[in-house]
Ligand binder design. Sequence first.
Ligand code: 5GP
Length: 183
Amino acid sequence: MPTGKIIVLTGPSGVGKGTLVKLLLARHPELYLSISATTRNPRPGEIDGKHYYFVTKEEFEQTIETGQLLEWAEYAGNYYGTPRDRVQEQIDRGRSVLLEIEVVGARQIKQAFPQTLCIFILPPSVSELERRLRGRGKDSEDAIARRLKRAQEELVASTEFDRQIVNDNLESALAEIEAAIFN
Ligand code: 5GP
């Protein structure tokens, strides 16, 4: 049986990665979405084990030390990381795994697995990104400011990745992602 691939979707917070992933999974249920661990507090409606594994800082640091993460990064004051075993298990079963992660983690994956397809999702503009971050009403003003600052740094890194796709229109962005993955 052929092994599965890792596919990374990266780009700034608020660019619409989550929505694109949801649509992609609905159309391609054969893909497996990796569930990350994070030290961030759950937002209203987020479920442990479904949206993230919500862990303490101590628990997260323990998983780093014991090599249980495929990649990890600090983002806007919290840790985020991809559990190694679950991804490996799916790949061994021949299933392709989708990672929706920020840029520092995406770099780590590309370095460890150079064959990985890394897609960078761009906003139509920085002002539109800011509008989307505020519009989703999920984060405090302080968190939005940290995310916007980080977004500026992340956007500069977009050309490091295999593909750059602008999320101006959901349907066309999705079609471009599908073409990159399945062609
Ligand atoms: P949020 O707090 O909005 O859920 O996520 C913040 C950022 O962390 C987003 O850009 C998201 O893609 C990224 N992220 C989520 N899970 C992981 C992970 O496992 N590793 C890394 N490096 N970034 C992640």
